[in-house]
Ligand binder design. Structure first.
Ligand code: C6P
Length: 419
């Protein structure tokens, strides 16, 4: 009994620590329209803690030079910082080696890299690629492009009315023609958390490679790529408290080694001649040109920041926010939640009567509350739910119940205006 109490006390202490994190984010300390800013658009991009801002500024002020190219002091410092960030990311997601961590500009580029390189080398017109109706366009269009080029077929797993993947249909779609399964960990438009263990196990049974779009998972969960046993995992720095223009593709080294380069240029080669060009070793084979060095350093600092967080307390905090927001939202007349999966990350996607989502967004913005409105780059999701657009409030570690109250007040204001 006392150990249960002890662990509850530890958790409530850790929860208090989560609530205290808000002060680390300078952008959240400002007013907009003379009201304190409430930022509920973290699924589009999270705010950055001071530690990340400081790391980027320090790098730009004192350590900037190109990486891997110079013998001089600044180039060495810059290379150390850049490679240091790679090692932090490797350790954080438990990848086997730094060869498996490719820096990209973000999730979009990571998926395009796999689709172009793996697709070109592996797909034929008798093969199939399986995605889902829940995907962000970044995990649909790159596959459409490579299927057009190779003649492979693109199939999509449908959703249930709640916005969960229909796993029976997934079973039906898998066959010995399936070469690649590409699926999101968490839906940006619905918040649905997909049962990756089952999805990956079924892909393995079909002998298909599996790539996970983790853009919306990394701000909420600690990822262990070896425990997941996925082949590729893609994510973006700016959705996990790091800078924009930097992201990661994790890939198993045996697969990356066998894949052709994605882009040609400096850094990705060992030797170049008109007779023969030899490509660099991993991960550099996939990092053509001068990379986003301070972006990588900033992402390394975001990883340091996340490493200090108690993820059990964070999960409890975000689940409390989502259930409070859901309870308060459905009291409003005309409230409809889009996406009611059993397992959801802290995303509330909704419509309110006949009020257009863009009007809702504009009105709540005037009340100091930032939400996203539109199709969220997930048009098949909108088609499934037969809506043109939704309003989306997405919560991160720095939000609290007061933020939810301000959102509800803003939505009440919209109802008054449209009454
Ligand atoms: N979703 C949103 O508001 P980039 O732009 O490459 O960092 O991430 C693309 C991307 C890929 N997959 C998922 C699941 C995503 O949510 C996103 C970005 C933002 O929902 C912008 S559309």
């Amino acid at each position: 009994m006392s150990s249960v109490l002890e662990s509850q006390n530890t958790l409530s202490h850790a929860h208090a620590d989560i609530l205290a994190l808000r002060k680390d984010f300078p952008a959240l300390q400002q007013d907009v329209y003379e009201k304190p800013l409430v930022y509920l658009d973290s699924a589009a991009s999270t705010q950055r803690p001071q530690a990340v801002i400081d790391a980027v500024v320090t790098h730009e002020r004192t350590n900037h030079a190109n990486v891997h190219r110079g013998v001089h002091q600044l180039s060495q410092r810059s290379t150390e910082a850049y490679e240091g960030a790679r090692e932090k990311i490797r350790a954080y997601i438990n990848a086997g080696s730094c060869e498996e961590i490719i820096f990209t500009s973000g999730t979009t580029e990571s998926i395009n890299l796999v689709a172009a390189s793996l697709g070109k080398s592996r797909l034929t017109d008798s093969d199939e690629v399986v995605v889902t109706w829940m995907e962000h366009h970044s995990n649909i269009v790159p596959w459409q492009l490579i299927c057009e080029q190779t003649g492979a077929q693109l199939l999509a797993v449908p959703m249930t009315p709640d916005g969960e993947l229909d796993l029976d249909e997934y079973d039906q779609l898998l066959s010995d023609r399936t070469k690649i399964v590409a699926v999101g960990h968490v839906s940006n438009a619905l918040g649905t958390i997909n049962p990756l263990e089952q999805i990956i196990a079924k892909a393995r049974d079909a002998d298909a490679l599996i790539i996970i779009d983790g853009a919306q998972a990394t701000p909420h969960f600690r990822i262990d790529v070896q425990a997941l046993d996925c082949d590729f995992y893609a994510f973006s720095g700016h959705k996990m408290f790091g800078p924009t223009g930097i992201g990661v593709l994790y890939g198993k080294s045996s697969l990356l080694d066998a894949m052709p380069p994605y882009q040609g240029g400096g850094e990705m080669i060992l030797t170049v001649s008109f007779k023969e060009t030899l490509y660099n070793t991993l991960p550099y084979k996939f990092e053509a040109g001068t990379p986003n060095i301070s972006g990588a350093v900033g992402l390394g600092a975001a990883i340091d920041y996340l490493s200090d967080i108690n993820f059990e307390a964070l999960a409890q905090h975000e689940s409390d926010l989502l259930s409070y927001a859901t309870t308060e939202f459905i009291k409003l007349p005309g409230a409809r939640i889009i996406g009611t999966a059993k397992d959801k990350a802290s995303v509330l996607s909704f419509t309110l009567g006949d009020i257009h989502a863009h009007d809702l967004g504009t009105i709540v913005d005037r009340e100091g509350v930032a939400i996203r409105t539109g199709h969220h780059c997930a048009m098949p999701v909108m088609e499934h739910f037969q809506v043109a657009a939704t309003g989306r409030a997405s919560f991160a570690l720095y939000n609290n119940r007061d933020d939810v109250d301000r959102l509800i007040l803003g939505l009440q204001r919209a109802l008054e205006l449209f009454a």
